[in-house]
Design a protein around this ligand. Structure first.
Ligand code: NAD
Length: 481
């Protein structure tokens, strides 16, 4: 069988890589396709194409840009069968989850096209009219991760385009193929150069963050890489939006329906095999219900089907790549060495081929354990017992991360606890709902800036003030000129 080779999208053309790299199916360890490995010359060409396309795109009426971005949405839906199969093959997630990922891209094209940057009147006095508009930045470099490759890429692309920027998008080298295929499908729907998609290995990201032709980097990935992005972008004072890692805590109070809440938090912790930035990564459960809650979680873990995402009935796929698999295994090994008690995981069977890890639940490890302190980004969950709410809040906040958190219990009490948790989003009696009109972003070392809604749109703009004197011929100090 021939292995399909994918292309970059540069200046409206599908461009082959001078060389390619293999993209591996994490469930079968087979090659899914060959991705182009961008050279510096190809990056320069993509940036130059985006730069050349910028003035005309910026000068289009907002309504025209909105209509063009809204029209992209239909392409995702029209090709969903092909796209979800490709995404499952390269990412590992079950087909239904792949569909959600792709349709999130579609949805954000639609939603972003409904946003309008405000025009603010700062002063309208006898002396002057001062107005703020939000103008595009220029060329945006968008860098996406491998866990939700399409949804998170189009969280960036769609608002950046609506705001009037042109874009160079880089998918993760672990999951570039579906993004490249979508780029090919969208090719004729936008003027050449407005959206460019480049795939490459480890060198391409740093080339982008240091490239003088990019005006902003919108980055989603780990906190460690986010620091490098910010450092590199500083040389040319690029704007940055950084959506980084998390170590989300959930606090479960007595009085909840244990079966119902356990089911929701089970999905929040293990969905996408734990590879979600806002996965529940530390689960604090009140002593009064801890044992019943633990039993419910274990029962769910032990009956869930883990396997190739392409197979009917699979609920949880593999870890997406070998390096992440090794990281999660290392955390599990550390817990074993420390003598933590495993409620389930160690003996559960998973497919031998592929990077599979059983759903693993650890019973009340100490607060300073690595599995509590570090972002696991995999299907391993520490259950933590508490009997004093103040202590649970202090422990939940005792982290450099601040992406999300959730509280479960009587609404009034839970809402008061939510006020005290340090995170960009705190859910009460729900989790992981992302409102398209609410800003999504991290506090502390989980990020800088936000995505989605008007806040997200404005991150792709500079405020520009026009101040018009109403008294003709008067200078700034009021003197006659
Ligand atoms: P990663 O940081 O390894 O890579 C993210 C992207 O950055 C990839 O495209 C990668 O090729 C690129 N990259 C790598 N080194 C770079 C460099 N020096 N300069 C520029 N770009 C570089 O992250 P990942 O492993 O793909 O994703 C997992 C992490 O992302 C987790 O920590 C997760 O919590 C986080 N994440 C955060 C959000 C959010 O919205 N806050 C969403 C999803 C994932």
């Amino acid at each position: 069988m021939t292995i399909p080779e994918f292309s970059h999208l540069i200046g409206g053309h599908c461009v082959r890589g001078a060389s390619t790299f293999e993209v591996i199916n994490p469930a079968t360890e087979e090659i899914v396709g060959l991705a182009p490995d961008a050279t510096v010359a190809q990056l320069n060409l993509a940036v130059a194409s985006a730069r050349a396309a910028f003035p005309a795109w910026r000068d289009l009426d907002l309504t025209e840009r909105q209509a063009k971005v809204a029209a992209l949405a239909g392409v995702f839906a029209a090709n969903i069968d092909e796209l979800k199969r490709l995404l499952t093959a390269e990412q590992g997630k079950p087909l239904d989850d792949a569909q959600v990922d792709i349709m999130t891209g579609s949805y954000f094209c639609q939603l972003s096209s409904m946003l309008t940057p405000p025009v603010e009147v700062n002063e309208d006095s006898a002396e002057r009219l001062s107005v703020t508009r939000h103008v595009p930045l220029g060329v945006v470099g968008a860098i996406a991760p491998w866990n939700v490759p399409i949804g998170l890429a189009f969280w960036k692309v769609a608002p950046a385009l609506v705001a009037g920027n042109t874009v160079v998008l880089k998918p993760s080298p672990f999951t570039p193929l579906t993004t490249l295929r979508i780029a090919e499908l969208l090719r004729e729907m936008l003027p050449p150069g407005v959206l460019n998609v480049l795939s490459g290995g480890d060198r391409l990201g740093p080339w982008m963050t240091s490239h003088p032709g990019l005006d902003k980097i919108s980055f989603t990935g780990s906190t460690a890489t986010g620091r490098k992005v910010m450092e590199s972008a500083a040389a040319t004072l690029k704007r940055v939006t950084l959506e980084l890692g998390g170590n989300d805590a959930a606090i479960v109070l007595p009085g909840v329906n244990v079966a119902e809440v356990a089911e929701k938090l089970f999905q929040a912790a293990f969905g996408n095999s734990g590879q979600i930035c806002i996965a529940t990564k530390r689960l604090y459960v009140h002593d009064a219900i801890y044992d019943a809650f633990a039993d419910a979680m274990v029962a769910l873990a032990d009956t869930a089907k883990i396997g190739d995402g392409a197979e009917q009935g699979t609920r949880f796929g593999p870890i997406q790549n070998r390096a992440q698999f090794d990281r999660v295994q290392d955390l599990i090994a550390d817990s074993r060495e420390q003598g933590h008690r495993f409620l389930t995981g160690l003996d559960q069977a998973v497919p031998e081929r592929g990077w599979f890890i059983p759903l693993t639940i650890i019973d009340n490890p100490p607060s300073n354990a690595r599995i509590v302190q570090e972002e696991q980004f995999g299907p391993v969950l520490p259950l933590l017992r508490f009997d004093d709410v103040d202590t649970a809040i202090a422990l939940a906040n005792d982290t450099d991360y601040g992406l999300g958190a959730s509280v479960w219990g009587p609404s009034e009490q839970a809402a008061l606890i939510a006020e005290r948790l340090e995170a960009g989003t705190v859910w009460v009696n729900e989790v992981q709902t992302v409102s398209p009109s609410a800003p999504f972003g991290g506090h502390k070392q989980s990020g800088i800036g936000s995505e989605n809604g008007l806040h997200g749109l404005l991150e792709y703009t500079n405020p520009k003030v026009i101040s018009i004197a109403k008294t003709a011929g008067r200078g700034v100090n009021g003197s006659s000129t």
